[in-house]
Every structure is written in C-alpha cells, then in structure tokens.
Design a binder for this molecule. Structure first.
Ligand SMILES: [Zn+2]
Length: 324
C-alpha cells in the first residue's frame, strides 16, 4: 500500500465511547472522519497530530464515512477547513439546512406516534435529537465523492448503507484493507438507525434490509484488516459478519413469539429493552422496528393500522420456532 494509516482515538460524550479518525498519508494527506464537536476531542486531536509530526494545516482533504456527529463534528474547529467529499445523493445530511431539519422533526413526530410511543416521550426525544445535533458541524458545500478516494486512486469507495443511509466504506483491494466506519464494529452490533426518506419519497425506509445487504457485500470481499469507527482494527471480518446476521435472525424469531396478539413497536421495545426503552428511545425503537421489518420481509408478520397506530402480529399459519 502506498499510504500509511495513522489512527487517532478521540473522546466522545456518547455511550459508544471513543471514536477513531484516520490519517491516510500518501502524496495527499486525507483525514477520514473527524470526531465530535467538543473542545476535548479537538485538544486530543491536535496533540496527537503533533505527536505524529503533522499540523492541522497539513490535512488537505476530509472524507467522511457517514454524517453522525461523532464522525463529523470537529470540522467546525479547523481554522482553514479542508475540502470535504461526500456522496452526491446524500449531502443533505451534512448540509443540515433548515428545510431538511424540519422534514426530519416532522417525520420523527409522525413515525414515533405511529409506533405507539406516548406523546410526552416524543417531545423529550425530539429535544434529545436536537441536543445530539450540537455535536455535529454544518458542512455547507461538500464536493461529490466519486468511485475512488480523491488523490488515493487505489482506494475504492463502497456504498455500505444501513447504519446510516449515507454510509460509505473505503477499500484498498491489493492489501484487503477496509476503513469501515460504523458498518461493522468489533464489540457491539451496529444499529440500523431509522431515518426519514429523502428526495420526495414518502415510503419509510427499512434500514435493516440495506444494512444486511451491505454486510453481505463486505462478506464477499477478501478483507484482511478492518479499521473500524470505534475500537481496534480486526481481521475476523467474515466470522463477525456471520455472527451479526445470525444474531439479528435469532432476535427477530424470539420477537415473533411475542406476536400472537397485535402489538405496537413501542410495546415490543419494552419487552426487548426493559431497562432503556424510555431513556434510549431512538435506539430502541429503531432496533425494534428493524427486527419487525426483517420479519415482515420474511413474510412472518403483518401490519395492521388502527387509529393512526401500527400493530404487528404473526401471519396466520406461521409456524413459530425459536432460532437455534
Ligand atoms: Zn454512527
């Protein structure tokens, strides 16, 4: 490989813990992801840069795996912001204009209501989503990302949606090296988080289906070393992907057992996450809906609408066995 990869680990205020950013040092110096917008992360970042013999101004471009605040926040702190590259269809997540943010708020209010979440909790969750956004930066004019990393032609840009709709991973074919963002993490299964549909679409997304497709695509590559968005690099990629896919199927089939009578996703989230279903509503509803989307895709459950609320129930004639 022509490039050297330098890992810098930064603190975050989030439950997930520290986040990794990577310096890809070749003819051009590229930063992959850029941490949350906290002074603490920025201090560690600049100290680590100096430690490796670089300055902030040496970073010529920034490429992001996805738009989540712990991956894009520090952009605001660069005195001369580097050029940012992002997927052309999904720049809206980084640009964060008021119309998009309004669309997002409206979507989640309706979505949570449909999923059976009590109004008081919806209000609190909207506040939390807004707070979370404070750790992100607005990147108003990113340049479109092509099929390879700009100035690093040996690195392919792979579409890996699911954890977020704009998620990308970067693959160096000759060495089998993958910069994988949050697509596959070594210590926890990555959540397929709900997002509103874009580009005038009205049908809600089923992120889990995209996520499973992304995992299967990565499974087909001879990846020998994966640099994740959190924690240490690892090499047992295909084993871990099989485990993650199997765990989703197992959790979905145990959820199916609870669906002899119609239930809302909110009711089911209490069963699945008895300790955190109110505290981490966005995460727990996303996880629950993801499993239901999977069961629906497998034609094991059906949806029923009653007074603007969605209920799920086992399809008639479905044989329910717990997965091994
Ligand atoms: Zn993420």
């Amino acid at each position: 490989m022509k490039e050297k990869i330098i890992t810098i680990e930064l603190p975050t205020p989030f439950h997930i813990g520290a986040v990794n950013v990577y310096l890809l040092v070749g003819d051009t110096i590229t930063l992959i992801d850029c941490g949350p917008k906290t002074k603490e992360a920025w201090t560690v970042f600049t100290e680590q840069l100096h430690h490796y013999g670089y300055r902030e101004s040496d970073i010529e471009q920034l490429v992001l795996t996805h738009y989540h605040p712990d991956h894009v926040g520090m952009y605001a702190y660069f005195s001369e912001p580097p050029t940012v590259f992002a997927p052309a269809d999904e720049m809206v997540y980084l640009q964060r204009d008021s119309l998009f943010l309004q669309h997002r708020t409206t979507f989640f209010t309706t979505f949570y209501k449909q999923m059976g979440v009590p109004p008081k909790l919806i209000e609190g969750e909207q506040k939390k989503l807004a707070m979370y956004a404070h750790y992100a930066s607005v990147i108003s004019a990113p340049l479109p990302l092509g099929p390879t990393l700009p100035c690093h032609p040996d690195w392919q840009v792979l579409k890996t949606p699911g954890h977020s709709p704009d998620h990308r991973s970067f693959y160096h074919k000759d060495s089998g090296t993958l910069l994988g963002g949050d697509c596959l993490l070594p210590h926890v299964s990555s959540t397929a988080l709900m997002e509103p549909p874009l580009h005038g679409e009205t049908v809600r997304l089923k992120p889990i289906l995209h996520y499973r497709q992304s995992l299967r695509m990565l499974r087909s590559l001879p990846v020998t070393l994966l640099y994740p968005g959190h924690r240490l690099p690892f090499s047992n990629v295909s084993t871990l992907i099989d485990e993650r896919l199997h765990l989703q199927e197992k959790r979905a089939s145990s959820l199916l057992l609870a669906l002899q009578s119609p239930q809302t996703p909110y009711e089911l989230s209490q069963l699945l996450f008895p300790k955190i279903y109110t505290k981490d509503l966005h995460l727990t509803i996303s996880e629950t809906v993801a499993l239901l989307d999977l069961l629906e895709e497998q034609q094991l459950v059906e949806r029923q609408e009653h007074e603007h609320t969605t209920y799920y129930v086992q399809k008639e004639g479905v044989e329910v066995n717990e997965a091994p």
